[in-house]
Design a protein. Sequence first.
Length: 575
Amino acid sequence: MSAAARPHRRDAQSLRSRTWFDSLEYYSFARRAYLRSEGLTRESFQGKPVIGICNSWSELNHCNIHLRTVAEAVKRGVWQAGGVPLEFPTISLGEVFMKPTTMLFRNLMAMDVEESIRANPLDGVVLLCGCDKTTPAQLMGAASADLPSVFVTGGPMLSGQYQGKTIGSGTDMRKLFDLYRTGELSEEGLMEVEECSARSHGHCMVMGTASTMASITEALGMTLPGGAAIPAPDSRRLALAEQCGRRIVGMVWEDLRPSEILTRQAFENAIAVDMAIGGSTNAVVHLIAIAGRLGIDLTLEDFHAISKRTPFLANLRPSGAYLMEDFCYAGGLPALMKEMLPLLHRDAITVTGSSIGENIEDAKCFNQDVIRSSSNALAPEGGTLVLYGNLAPDGAVIKHTAASPHLLQHRGPAYVFDNYYAMLAELNRDDLPVDENTVLVLKNGGPHGGPGFPEWGHIPMPKVLLKRGIKDCVRLSDARMSGTSFGTVVLHITPESAIGGPLAAVQTGDEIVLDSANRRIDVNLPEGELARRLAAFVRPKPHYHRGYGKMFLDHVTQANLGCDFDFLRAVKKPE
Ligand code: FES
């Protein structure tokens, strides 16, 4: 069904904003009068849908720095379609600036988005996001507010360029920084990398968390087709924003809401796409949280089952060779989804008013090395593997496509860091007693332990190993990892160590067994020893005693449940 063919379910009399503006009682009069202070005449808003533009622009979030320009393009579209655009700010979460981690504040931003939408005279919303957490936070907030909503993600940066080579944010920066640590790259060389790795506005341009969440937004059907991959400075992004501005007005008349789009089928499509793009492990946590806002119980087993049947097709760093700019020119997500269409629910409805299948009918792939066909897949299965075992009774994840194949079956002695700061203090020790068989273990990196579930799980390689030319070893933690990172890294071990999960009991020298083939992560201890150690566990003192931090610690759920607050999940209505 085309957008034009969808029936209108609303008229001007039933607009939500009307209850704010359209009466002769005092407060309606006062609201209209105060709106005049913005220079709007009565004709501007009478009988027209009011469209909020929820903007996460901030100079403290470089990835979203262009979103004011994007907002202007959205406004053009809204006016063209007969709506009234009103832009409003929310908090923004700049990934590389915020301490201890943006993840601590994802739920706070989601609450800000939800309540800003709900409290104001809006009929529909266009949400502008980009950096890692702004996208899931807005998806969570919009899902809970459930007004007609469409997303414009900010788009990836242009590819980095260094001495004739393309470099990807995060991924190549980490590799080059390791060369600097071992003295193979000079300080001047490092400065050159610093100048040319982030050449434009936009989010990280590898298939890191921001690109993953943008792709997931498109796969869920919450933005227009092709929206995920267009580079941020490409004029087509502003054209897309204008189209979204026009489309949201139609969505208001059609009363097409997130609850109609974000169905279980849509989430299964998003998981399949996440697997086919080799997406960030963070997507697991975010998707579970977003689904929870609709009362949909996504589990780690959903990810496992879909991963098993989904080939890895997008040849993008950190798991592959190319960058998001190449992905866009190759046809972007529509081309990829067309390739995997038999694995998708093609009837899932999207913001266009048409189904996913209809949206991508005419999509073409222009570079089959970037977007592989199923018969030439990079791997037969998806990028994220879910593990269990005596170390992770409630689950853990590993991005096995970004791991070293020879380490995916491994046993070796643990070297334990009790926390992130202990790890930082030791990594450059020339006498650190580790070798290529060592399993590096980081504790206290989970939602309570970090606090906030920071991206510490990558655990930089110890200098002593880098000097020996060893670029990877098995690493495990209850923390997350940046989507731009790589290596044989087991993450999100649940329950986390700070609340007495089994990881808390691991000691340096214990044998750790990673058995990816059987989806297991275990510590090899004599019968009863693990239980004995855990019986003596003493919970660390909480990081916060007041304010938002205390609310976070009191209500955050564990990684396998999405780390949303327990009270923000959808309440199941009584039968
Ligand atoms: Fe914002 Fe990478 S720092 S997406």
